[in-house]
Write a protein that binds this ligand. Sequence first.
Ligand SMILES: [Mg+2]
Length: 401
Amino acid sequence: MKITNVTPHVTMPLGGQPWLFVEVETDEGITGVGECSDYRSTGLLYRGIEWIKREVVGEDARNIENIWQTIFHTFDDLNGRGFVSHLISGIDIALWDIKGKALGEPIYQLLGGPVRERVPLYTHVQDWNSDAGGPDVAAKAALATKEAGFQAIKTDPFPTQEGPDAGFSGPAEVERLTPENIRKSVEWMDAIRGAVGPDYELMVDAHARFDVASAIEAARALEHINLTWLEEPIHVENHNALRQVRENVRVPLCIGERHFTRWDYTEILNSRLVDYIMPDVAWCGGISELRRIAAMAEAQHIRISPHDALGPVAIAAGFQVCMTTPNLYRQECVHTWFDVFEKLIDPMFDVRDGSIYPSDRPGLGIELDMDAVERYRVDPDTREFLNIDAADETATDRWIQ
Ligand SMILES: [Mg+2]
């Protein structure tokens, strides 16, 4: 079964979130789809997929591992992680989709079969910096989310610093949390905790923004919230800094969306620097690599909770691995995006009571609606719609409910 074509598609039915899908065609008429969306790097990845096409067209689509290794080692002068692992992910997911369709089995069956009847999810309420209305609005959203059947919520309660010290803030620098901002973050989490009750599972995402001292102060200030985890308390590049945080806080830690392939996880897991990991299937190296990383974590008695804030193909791919992973915590989702997913895929996932249930459909179990992909297609560089008016019904960011 030869690969005959690889095509990237960038479509944006959800305002501000361009999703990059990878269509892989074969000479037997079976087509698979992958995803490697990354909101800041869409144009770069789009061209990367166009380049990778030269490496994989003509290869046997059944040889997923060999194609994975070929791309990884061909471009290992770029380190193999990050950009390259995103490209691998898009191809790998599509190849698993093809293999499942060729064999008439869901991917989770090809990975050894299910170890669970459903995959539990966690979802979001708005972050402090997402034009929200303050702690009361967050608390109201949290209660509505709980009542909708979701059993765990994540939020980022940390304001970005403003005023005369704003030089500490922004993407160009590691941020510092002031006493005022830590107080506001505690107020945010107190409001949510008060709304959902003492036993509900809550997580806090620091988005890898802070210096070590700020991270430690924030973790200590939030200790009474009884978090399931504090996510990415500091920037990701320095494991000794993460160890310093680890040794000075009593909150479970989680990292992973900025770590790629089994090699990024080796020291973190072996040194037991965190309690949970959250690789993204569309970034870490696809279904093949997510499964390997999960097994490495299992050996350390650490749970995995795949990151997912991308499009519907990514969550479908992560779901397939989660069905077969014994050391799963939950799969991430943004449940307020599900009605947008319904525009793009058929059938929509079976979501009930805060979980996704499996189907017997082969491959990923979904098909992209290419008419919808075309309708919401955007330029990969400018994000301008090519086929509809930008003021059409799509153009609202619904990260929050
Ligand atoms: Mg995160």
